[in-house]
Design a protein around this ligand. Structure first.
Ligand code: GLV
Length: 320
């Protein structure tokens, strides 16, 4: 008999096809997320859980799953899972690192340019037939070439963002709990600085850190005050690393030039003030959203799950 698993929400057909060969799956919902109550109800008799970053897998869910051996999260981040408790219960947890690095770095740059060159606003203006001819001062943006880029969190994605900045001849500084080796600092042409120095001296600040108790509200009122008046802040990591209310206040007061957000503190809710501000670009958490990358993520999570259920060490096991 194949092991029973729960897939919380419909995933790409290629991954389902693969899973069908190895497991007996139930898809929790189509076109919507499962509530925690529904997950608890459905997980009771399952040995595997294929979760998405929108699913909260906390103590209650884990306690409701006496047979559970593995949680395969289809995301690189896993802050939605109480990993310590899962480990305490002997449950493996996996994620999908590596496969979404380049795509997320690309979107970071798309956001940087969208904010700096006011692309969404200019597009809206043109569609509204407000374009009456070339003007010297129409939609003046901010120069990127030659500016200082501050990368908070120099992991895989941070490094990929740094590499792309070489095309724009930028000075790159970074802050991270772990300093890169001199060889890597040379490869990425990046200087290690304190968080305070990065925040106060960078023209563009981009967040690529995991969400932990240390990084919660890493950028808050105090840090926003430290930023240059014409700084741009971009967040494609997790909403909670930026105090969204404080950011909305700073943008409203034009304390910084602008911001680009792909993630929010209480997704899918967005701080209402942000919606009406012209100096922020808002995206619906699409950092890794290309067909190629989402397929790789879906397949990676499926393979991790099957490996774990077959008693093998899954490729992307988050160490106990
Ligand atoms: C996306 O946010 C991910 O963690 O994969």
């Amino acid at each position: 008999m194949k092991p029973k698993i729960l897939i919380t929400r419909n995933i790409l057909p290629e991954a389902l096809q693969y899973l069908k060969e190895h497991v007996d799956y139930e898809i929790g919902a189509t076109g919507r997320n499962l509530t925690k109550k529904e997950i608890i109800e459905k997980i009771k008799d399952k040995e595997g859980l294929y979760s998405l970053l929108v699913d909260t897998i906390d103590k209650d869910v884990i306690n409701a799953a006496p047979l559970l051996k593995i949680i395969a999260n289809c995301a690189v981040g896993y802050n939605n899972i109480n990993i310590d408790y899962a480990h305490k219960k002997g449950i493996m947890v996996t994620n999908t690192p590596g496969v979404l690095t380049e795509t997320t770095a690309d979107l970071t740059w798309a956001l940087i340019f969208a904010v700096a060159r006011r692309i969404p606003q200019a597009d809206k203006f043109t569609r509204e037939k407000k374009y009456k001819g070339w003007e010297l001062d129409l939609f003046l943006g901010k120069e990127i070439t030659g500016k200082q880029l501050g990368i908070i969190g120099m992991g895989r994605i941070g490094k990929a963002v740094a590499l792309r900045s070489k095309a724009f001849k930028m000075k790159v500084v970074y802050s991270d709990p772990v300093r890169l080796s001199p060889e890597e600092e040379n490869e990425y042409q990046a200087s290690f600085v304190t968080l305070e120095k990065l925040i106060s001296s960078s023209d563009i600040i981009t967040m690529h850190t995991a969400l932990t108790s240390e990084t919660f509200h890493l950028i808050s009122k105090k840090e926003l005050k430290l930023m240059k008046k014409d700084a741009i802040l971009v967040n494609v990591s997790r909403g909670e690393v930026v105090d969204e209310k404080a950011l909305a206040d700073a943008l409203e007061k034009n304390q910084i030039w602008g911001a680009g957000l792909d993630v929010y503190e209480n997704e899918p809710e967005i701080e209402s003030k942000l919606i009406n501000l012209d100096n922020v670009v808002l995206l619906p958490h699409i950092g890794s959203a290309t067909y190629e990358t989402r397929l790789k993520m879906a397949m990676t999570a499926a393979e991790n799950l099957v490996q774990g259920l077959k008693g093998k060490r899954p490729k992307n096991l988050i160490a106990f």
